[in-house]
Design a protein around this ligand. Structure first.
Ligand SMILES: NC(=O)c1ccc[n+]([C@@H]2O[C@H](COP(=O)([O-])OP(=O)(O)OC[C@H]3O[C@@H](n4cnc5c(N)ncnc54)[C@H](OP(=O)(O)O)[C@@H]3O)[C@@H](O)[C@H]2O)c1
Length: 345
């Protein structure tokens, strides 16, 4: 039986999650919400996703028809036909939306713009799929936390302990966002440590991690500069760590110099060549020649496509909440194969 998925908030993350769900054979989109008519509704119409209004007020629902869009009802109508709602509303709206989901008795997933405390449970595919099985609701962690988890969790699982310091060099805004900055400055996050590193501990509490963050004037990726202290007797070398990551789902390793891919601009150009919609890169990109283990201390850089690394995780998370796939690796393989087939890439 197909899992019925509602998307509340059809913006940067919501439209991508909807496509990724649509690609799967064990789930379907039963509706997506918009606050009102806008160009974003055209995508829902084109994809055949039933359009609902974020709100229940009849006058707000009526506005869609005034601009030629068929609106199937308000959020309550959508929640009534869904098994699970993926909340992709702008960050910090969670508390308001949570009560709507609870009242409707539907399973719910929030995104990384919400705090862990909202749900008391967070999710990444590789770190804690099992912990989320059959839960009523959870939070898929942010793009940065997802990226950190992808490379740190396998390291932790090999070593048994890990201490990490990292700096998040963050894109100032998404490409489609005209409201944020800076456009000519480097902006440190003066709350130290930043929330990004410690957020990893919501999915893997055993990893000791702190972070700093700065925002820089770019829109296309985040870059992480990471130092990890491995315990004595770890038995790893730079090459064996690279080999481990090559076996890790959703991690891409490339040699910057040999492949002439030394900046985030070339990484995103490579991503566009893959052929997923919007030029997305679901994988975390690690520069092979930027990885070095010196004694017990590991240094590396990785790049994160902020708009898309969390997308396949949302699909796996739906299976976790619905209890339909207990094995995270099996879910990841299914999700990724279906997305590749969907985009023929
Ligand atoms: N963008 C990223 O890089 C990124 C990465 C990882 C996680 N996240 C997280 O994902 C979440 C969504 O971010 P986003 O970047 O997709 O935001 P976004 O592009 O601004 O999209 C949010 C969408 O939700 C709609 N909306 C507004 N108020 C709403 C409400 N009360 N209930 C439901 N929907 C509402 C918006 O308005 P309209 O319907 O009027 O268009 C918009 O379509 C946030 O928690 C964010 O922190 C974002």
């Amino acid at each position: 039986m197909s899992i019925k998925v509602a998307i509340n908030g059809f913006g940067t993350i919501g439209k991508r999650v909807a496509d990724a769900v649509d690609a799967q054979d064990d789930m379907e989109i039963v509706g997506v919400t918009k606050t009102g008519p806008s160009f974003g509704c055209d995508l829902a119409v084109k994809k055949g996703f039933p359009l609902y209004c974020t709100f229940d007020e009849p006058e707000r629902i009526a506005r869609f028809a005034e601009q030629g869009y068929e609106c199937h009802g308000g959020l309550s109508d959508l929640l009534a036909i869904a098994d699970v709602v993926v909340d992709c509303a702008p960050g910090k709206m969670g508390a308001e939306n949570l009560s709507k989901y609870q009242n409707a008795g539907v399973k719910f997933m929030f995104q990384g713009g919400e705090k862990h405390a909202l749900t008391g449970l967070s999710y990444t595919s590789s770190a804690n799929h099992a912990e989320n099985l059959n839960a009523q609701g959870t939070r898929v962690v942010s793009c940065n936390t997802t990226g950190l988890s992808r490379t740190l969790v396998p390291l932790y699982e090999h070593c048994g302990s890990l201490k990490v310091e990292c700096t998040m060099i963050r894109r100032a805004a998404d490409p489609g966002d005209s409201k944020k900055g800076p456009i000519n400055a480097i902006k440190p996050v003066l709350k130290v440590p930043s929330h990004h590193g410690p957020d990893v501990m919501t999915v893997k509490p055993e990893i000791e991690i702190n972070s700093l963050a700065v925002a820089v004037p770019t829109t296309i990726m985040h870059l992480h500069s990471i130092i990890a202290d491995l315990p004595e007797g770890h038995g790893l070398t730079t090459d064996s760590i690279l080999a481990m990551w090559r076996q890790t789902p959703r991690v891409i390793i490339m040699h910057g110099e040999h492949n002439r891919i030394t900046t985030t601009a070339e990484v995103m150009e490579m991503a566009r060549d893959i052929g997923r919609k919007w030029g997305d890169l679901h994988e975390i990109f690690v520069w092979e020649d930027g990885v070095e283990l010196i004694g017990n201390r590991l240094y590396y850089f990785q790049a994160i496509h902020q708009e898309s690394d969390v997308i396949p995780e949302n699909v796996d998370c739906i299976r976790a909440l619905m209890g339909t796939e207990p094995d995270w690796r099996a879910s990841v393989a299914k999700t990724d194969a279906a997305i590749s087939a969907y985009y023929n890439c």
